[in-house]
Design a protein around this ligand. Structure first.
Ligand code: ATP
Ligand code: MG
Ligand code: FE
Length: 349
């Protein structure tokens, strides 16, 4: 079964074809994928401009679709079903992918299904051969979300804890900006941190001893104050290069430490021994390595997707669609997008 996945919830136009016959291949079941990022378009304005995002998705969807077909060496009639991101996200941006996908499916006479963007992230590490089995604890760490979820099956999600303010990825992006680094901040902080000392500065780990919720705004303020006190803004001379690397490494260390300790606590609380991490921040190498080490100590394992499937992409939407279509689910002709949507409202498979 070949499923076309469409992701247009924010500033990335992602299309991919998941082919269930390729599950055992090296490519995570992917026949092909294309991704176009609008980063440069929005950089001029210092943040994503919703209306510009919608227009750019419209401009890119058709050419990217043709590029994908060519890459996969297939005809549009070879597609068996279409999955599109239905929410959460920017309403205009969501509508472009949803309407394109729904209309194309109608034209081709095949089923279509609307997918929850965060379920796409959550299931991405399960693509391909030997996926981690349910139940597991999922740590969702992206640009807009930080959640610990007990996942008992597709669509069976219980939120154990979440951020009460900034998301982890957002915090990486803001800290990066303060250090004069470009968006997206996560990979740039990680790179700068390589030459820094993670123990140079002791940054706060907010709410460590209070349940499974997170709070990152205090960490952000601490980075701000640290930069002010040390002149690590990136505007000074070369002499502060080491200071900036030390701040990046200390920040990353505090963030990873917090995520690791809360994840360990969650596993213990629900009595599970598998942690599946997903979302853009799960691409972070320091986070992956620390989790490998710390979870081994409690006989638990950590699972994650290849870096390109951690950030936004069409493949995760195609795969989540495949899982639901397999269970007989699909959406009718009405297109309704849901800008704010909790994963706990999803039907089980
Ligand atoms: P959401 O999925 O919550 O709607 P989003 O789609 O914007 O938000 P993702 O695409 O999953 O989020 O992830 C983007 C985020 O991941 C950015 O904040 C980025 O800085 C962060 N990120 C990407 N790579 C890394 C990395 N190696 N280390 C830390 N953070 C990273
Ligand atoms: Mg994005
Ligand atoms: Fe995302």
């Amino acid at each position: 079964m070949k499923v076309l996945g469409l992701e247009t919830s924010c500033d990335e136009t992602g299309l991919a074809i998941f082919d269930s016959e390729l599950i055992d291949s090296d490519n995570n079941g992917l026949l092909g994928q294309v991704l176009y990022s609008q980063i440069e378009l929005h950089a001029l304005y210092g943040g994503v401009v919703p209306e510009l995002a919608s227009r750019d998705h419209i401009r890119k969807l058709v050419p990217l679709f043709h590029e994908l077909l060519e890459q996969c060496g297939i005809n549009k009639n070879d597609i068996d079903a279409i999955a599109y991101t239905k929410g959460p996200g920017l309403i205009g941006a969501l509508m472009t992918g949803a309407l394109f996908g729904r209309s194309l499916a109608y034209g081709l006479g095949i089923p279509a299904i609307g997918i929850h963007h965060m379920e796409g992230h959550l299931l991405a590490p399960l693509m391909g051969a030997n996926p981690p089995a349910f139940p597991f604890v999922s740590l969702l760490v992206s640009g807009g979300h930080t959640q610990l979820i007990a996942a008992k099956g597709v669509g069976q999600y219980e939120i154990l804890g979440e951020s009460i303010d900034d998301a982890a990825g957002e915090c990486f992006d803001k800290a990066a900006k303060m250090l004069g680094l470009e968006y997206p901040g996560g990979p740039n902080i990680a790179k700068l941190a390589e030459s820094g000392n993670p123990n140079a500065y002791d940054l706060p780990r907010p709410m460590l001893h209070r349940g499974l919720d997170f709070s990152f705004s205090g960490m952000k303020t601490a980075v701000h104050n640290l930069i002010k006190d040390t002149d690590g803004s990136g505007n000074g001379a070369d002499s502060n290069a080491q200071v900036r690397a030390d701040i990046a490494a200390s920040f990353q260390h505090a963030m990873v430490d917090t995520l690791v300790r809360k994840s360990t606590k969650a596993l213990k609380q629900v009595g599970m021994n598998r942690l599946v991490i997903a979302g853009g921040v799960s691409a972070n190498r320091h986070l992956r390595e620390t989790l490998e080490t710390e979870l081994a100590k409690i006989n638990a394992t950590v699972h994650y997707a290849p870096p390109a499937l951690c950030t936004d992409n069409g493949a995760m939407i195609a795969y989540a669609g495949y899982e639901r279509l397999q269970a007989g689910q699909s959406d009718d002709l009405a297109v309704s997008c849901v800008p704010r949507w909790s994963m706990t409202e999803l039907p089980a498979v």
